[in-house]
Design a protein around this ligand. Structure first.
Ligand code: R5P
Length: 321
């Protein structure tokens, strides 16, 4: 039994396809919400379904165009609050601005904290998100945050691809990804770990400085949280091949995909790249496999609604894959 009589799922414009898939899994229609723009560009929202007293889930990755999608989210939360929703959960399969989560030089903002403040101030009671670039961002909120991991889901698909392969090494393409890669290898029978050292001489330029670990003759699975230009994974794959890796594949939760990234990845040394649909990937080339987060998010939404623990979903969820 839920303390809320009804569950209502609505979405902005960031990822309607994912929201529809989630609604199908939870066996409820997607709520009727108008999310558009006034002529001057301001965000216009109208929740056409009654949400009074309801458990409202707003599905909206704050993906590019980030500012527009953040604003849609905030205005939808405000609309639900003013329509007397019982509880509002912001479902953020991708949390935009998460890379600005600390000051690296003076006079920089901490935008990830500012966005967390805005979401709370707008009226969200909970947040459900996936693979934050830094788990410390959870602490930027003073409301409950359920932080899911796509790792088990992605690992399931990697295992299916590499069924006959034994010599697997999991690699972090930079020091920042070591924790993620270390966790990922636990889903692949504790495969050995390799670490690459990345440098960024310019914001959009990547060079690989070195590698720790034996990759000669191995199938290497690179693990990262997001792909933007693709530069990190492509440079990592080149270095791994130069060091004797037999095949290199990659997994990354968030396909942010700057312009041209898909083409660059498809033409690279990477055999296959698994990403999720946290952010839509229109017309992916064959080398890019998009795995849906819908079953994971739907299960988490059901558990939040019925007050059931979400933490077991963090490890090896048994989901209809
Ligand atoms: C930061 O280091 C992240 O984990 C990613 O490695 C990075 O943002 C990917 O960006 P790009 O695809 O542009 O190299």
């Amino acid at each position: 039994m839920s303390q809320y009589e009804r569950m209502v799922i609505v979405t902005g414009n960031a990822n309607r396809q994912l929201a529809e898939a989630i609604a199908r899994y939870v066996k409820r229609p997607l709520g009727d919400a108008l999310v558009t723009r006034f002529r001057d560009g301001e965000t216009r929202v109208l929740l056409r379904d009654d949400v009074r007293g309801a458990d409202v889930f707003i599905i909206q990755p704050t993906s590019p165009p980030v500012n527009q999608h953040v604003m849609e989210l905030l205005v939808m939360i405000d609309a639900a609050k003013r329509a007397s929703a019982g509880r509002i959960t912001a479902v953020l399969p991708y949390y935009g601005y998460s890379r600005q989560e600390k000051k690296t030089v003076g006079r920089e903002p901490i935008s990830a904290k500012l966005v967390a403040d805005l979401i709370q101030r707008a009226g969200a009671h909970r947040v459900l998100t996936v693979d934050l670039s830094n788990p410390a961002i959870e602490g930027f909120f003073d409301i409950p945050v359920d932080h899911l991991h796509a790792g088990p889901l992605l690992a399931h698909h990697v295992q299916r691809l590499l069924r006959e392969t034994h010599d697997i090494v999991v690699a972090a393409p930079d020091v920042g990804a070591v924790r993620l890669a270390d966790r990922f290898r636990s889903y692949l029978d504790n495969a050995p770990l390799a670490v690459l050292f990345k440098d960024r001489p310019q914001p959009d330029e990547v060079t690989m400085q070195g590698l720790i670990g034996d990759v000669v003759g191995k199938t290497v699975v690179l693990v990262d949280d997001l792909i933007s230009t693709g530069g990190t994974l492509i440079a990592a794959a080149d270095l791994l091949e130069a060091n004797g890796a037999r095949t290199v594949i990659a997994v990354a939760t968030h396909p942010v995909l700057a312009e041209g990234a898909l083409e660059r990845l498809a033409a690279s040394a990477l055999y296959t790249v698994f990403v999720t649909d946290a952010i839509p990937v229109p017309n992916p080339p064959e080398a890019i496999r998009v795995i849906s987060l819908a079953p994971l998010l739907a299960e988490a939404i059901n558990r939040v609604h019925y007050d059931i623990s979400v933490s077991e979903l963090m490890h090896q969820p048994r989901l209809p894959l």
